[in-house]
Design a protein around this ligand. Structure first.
Ligand code: AMP
Length: 540
């Protein structure tokens, strides 16, 4: 059993996965035991456990927290105090979350030992953001850590057409240009097109739209453009761009010169079997675009993870992108699940507010009326949960902020569909429109309008019609003004991404925010507005 807790045995692939998921409950108990044995003596846990390692005591005494609750402890470590405040093992560095989906970037402790466990198949474009805390510990994004790791540097030449120097290049335009160039030069060998999130892939295709002429000219002459000044990129590309290749340039020019770019990925990379990118959650907005460019190349959303922990992988890679579920891996962390209602509210709070105490709500609350999280063994089909993790790296009963729906089991491991970020809720009055509600409403409007061309006012009405009862009642009572859609000029969302990248976000982990609070970011969007449309509907 001990080796199931480790990371070495991945060669055995599917067998290992079967063994892991079959022993899901037992491994979870073992993970919690190990975390407590190692860390019960830390300042943080001593406050609640007084040195004991009892699992039930842990569940009774250790509070469920958010990042804000533990930030003072993390700040102390970042400022030079011992990591023993939170965990027994020394912290090797901090992982910096993207901060684009859920507010400010967070610093998550990382140990050398746990690093291998966290990294999944992360590939393609990334400017490496690296800073230092006052204590001298580095902070990097998870993707940066992975790309700079020895294991990636060793495996990259065998699995990527992008040379490692182009991936690590800090200038993301040069990085993207060179990766596209080397991908085109080796087009017959490309078996999959990958980026961590679908947004990056969509952006890469847009970049190709703007640069294919220049790329073809480089291929035709065998000379790299002068504006590629990064020495690593120049060296790496020159070992692949070794001679003029007018035939290849003609082929690519012919493909890209076609008026329609439908199926461009399939045409440029004919051997590609699939597109490998997260396209669930907020990334689902890119599905139709990637489907269009892919021309039937399957979209595979491989895994679900975060700076805090790896959660699960997609065991049914060819499933419909809207139906993807991730099977949780029991050896990654100790997982608990906080029941939530579909609109993101904790069950008990909801029932207290309404004065309703259904049997189901009671089952989930403790004597104080607080919602109790359930463990791996007690999750229920169809129920929505917020995931809570206890990690090997100093997070104890930590709310990740993601809402998931239980859709099934693989052996004894639960499978979840990603639903939404908990705090991305739009509320004008008493209404609560979540990220998932909004995406659904927009999908609906698109489906109705595509055959008719874009009649924007009608589009506003259909989005409103697709929202929930509370929204519509408040709208009818004039408590909510007419829904407004703003059309922005081409490149506006790229400018938004550039804005966040300039603030330190990693391109690779960037997620287009569905809810923006930063005034500066709102200004970036507003500066691209071409036209505004309002819903003419006043009743439903
Ligand atoms: P970060 O902390 O910057 O690494 O971002 C992690 C967050 O990205 C997660 O908490 C999710 O909200 C989101 N995310 C990661 N993987 C997926 C996925 N497969 N589907 C939907 N959202 C995801």
């Amino acid at each position: 059993m001990a080796d199931l807790m480790g990371t070495k045995d991945y060669e055995n692939g599917l067998n290992f996965l079967e063994e892991l998921t079959e022993n899901g409950h037992r491994i979870q108990e073992q993970v919690l035991e190990e975390i407590l044995l190692r860390n019960a003596g830390t300042e943080y846990l001593t406050r609640f456990l007084h040195g004991r390692t009892d699992k039930q005591l842990f569940k009774n005494n250790v509070p469920i927290v958010t990042y804000e609750d533990i930030k003072p402890y993390i700040d102390r470590i970042a400022n030079g105090e011992t990591s023993n405040i939170l965990l027994a093992d020394p912290i090797s560095e901090f992982i910096q979350s993207s901060g684009t989906s859920g507010g400010q970037p967070k610093l998550i402790p990382m140990t050398a030992e746990n690093f291998e466990k966290k990294t999944l198949e992360l590939t393609l474009v990334d400017p490496v953001v690296k800073n230092e805390t006052p204590s001298g510990l580095t902070m990097r994004t998870l993707s940066s850590c992975y790309f700079m790791s020895d294991s990636f540097k060793k495996s990259a030449p065998k699995i990527c057409t992008s040379p490692i120097e182009t991936i690590l290049c800090l200038d993301h335009r040069q990085s993207m240009y060179c990766q596209l160039l080397t991908g085109l030069l080796q087009r017959d060998h490309v078996v999959s097109i990958s980026s961590i999130f679908g947004s990056v892939l969509a952006r890469s295709i847009k970049f190709l739209e703007d640069h294919w002429n220049e790329l073809c000219s480089n291929i035709r002459t065998g000379c790299l453009s002068d504006w590629i000044t990064d020495p690593g990129c120049r060296n790496a590309v020159s070992s692949i761009l070794t001679r003029p290749n007018p035939e290849l340039a003609d082929t690519i020019e012919h493909i890209c010169g076609n008026e329609s770019w439908e199926g461009i990925i399939k045409k440029l990379w004919p051997a590609a079997k699939y597109i490998n990118s997260v396209i669930t959650g907020t990334m689902s907005q890119y599905i139709s675009l990637l489907d269009f460019y892919g021309g039937g190349t399957p979209l595979v959303s491989p895994s679900y993870g975060s700076s805090e922990s790896t959660f699960g992988i997609n065991l049914n890679p060819l499933s419909n992108p809207f139906d993807v579920s991730y099977t949780f891996l029991p050896n990654m962390a100790y997982f608990e699940f906080l029941p939530v209602d579909k609109d993101g509210e904790e069950k008990a709070r909801e029932s207290n507010l309404d004065g309703v105490s259904s049997q189901r709500s009671l089952e989930m609350t403790n004597a104080n009326g607080n919602v109790e999280p359930v463990d791996f063994a007690n999750v229920k089909l169809g129920q929505y949960y917020e995931v809570v993790v206890t990690t090997f790296t100093g997070l104890y009963r930590y709310r990740v902020g993601d809402v998931l729906k239980l859709t099934g089991f693989h052996n004894n491991s639960p499978q979840f569909q990603f639903v939404e970020r908990r705090n991305s809720v739009l509320s004008v009055d008493l209404d609560k429109t979540s990220e998932a509600d909004l995406l659904k409403a927009i999908r609906n409007a698109k489906r109705h309008l595509e055959p008719l061309g874009f009649i924007m006012e009608q589009c506003c009405s259909i989005v409103e019609e697709s929202l929930d009862f509370t929204y519509k009642s408040l709208r009818e009572a004039n408590k909510i003004a007419a829904l407004e859609l703003r059309v922005v000029k081409h490149g506006t969302f790229d400018a938004l991404m550039d804005f966040y990248v300039s603030k330190g976000a990693s391109i690779n982990q960037y997620k287009t925010p569905s809810c923006i609070k930063s005034e500066e970011a709102v200004k970036v969007l507003n500066s691209g507005v071409l036209e505004k449309f309002f819903s003419p509907k006043t009743f439903f």
